[in-house]
Design a binder for this molecule. Structure first.
Ligand code: 2BA
Length: 109
């Protein structure tokens, strides 16, 4: 068994879990926060057999889209009399960051 962990944009998460459910695939969505942007994203957990992994990856690829986002860098330490005009930089976020993990054991009670 494998655990597919997909970190996706919050705006794509609903579509992703709806399509997974339509395909009969159980999944769990967790609200998470990206370490760099400190903005909300979503982490979707999908437990599957090894044969189903590629199908899940296809759904993630089709449901999640890359976006560009503007980030204001932290100001440098300023000397007296200096001032700093922050210049936002563009970063590309997603479509999805996916990890496929081996599941050693799975139980349901
Ligand atoms: P964030 O950490 O908020 O990162 C958002 C986007 O900012 C990243 O998009 C990347 O384009 C950029 N970025 C991140 N760290 C950077 C840095 N040190 N310098 C410059 N730009 C940087 P993605 O790579 O698509 O990642 C989207 C989200 O997926 C991340 O949100 C994070 O929550 C998660 N993620 C990505 N790689 C990960 C990893 N190796 N382990 C755990 N989570 C990861």
């Amino acid at each position: 068994m494998k655990l597919v962990v997909g970190i996706v944009h919050s705006d794509d998460a609903e579509t992703l879990i709806r399509v997974l459910e339509q395909k009969g695939q159980r999944c769990t969505m967790i609200s998470t926060t990206g370490g760099f942007l400190r903005e909300g994203n979503a982490t979707v957990l999908v437990g599957v057999s090894e044969e189903q992994v590629d199908q899940v990856l296809d759904v993630i690829r089709e449901s999640c889209h890359a976006r560009t986002q503007l980030v204001s860098p932290l100001p440098p330490v300023a000397e007296a009399g200096e001032f700093y005009i922050p210049k936002p930089v563009e970063v590309q976020v997603g479509g999805a960051t996916v990890f496929v993990l081996d599941v050693v054991r799975s139980e349901k009670y």
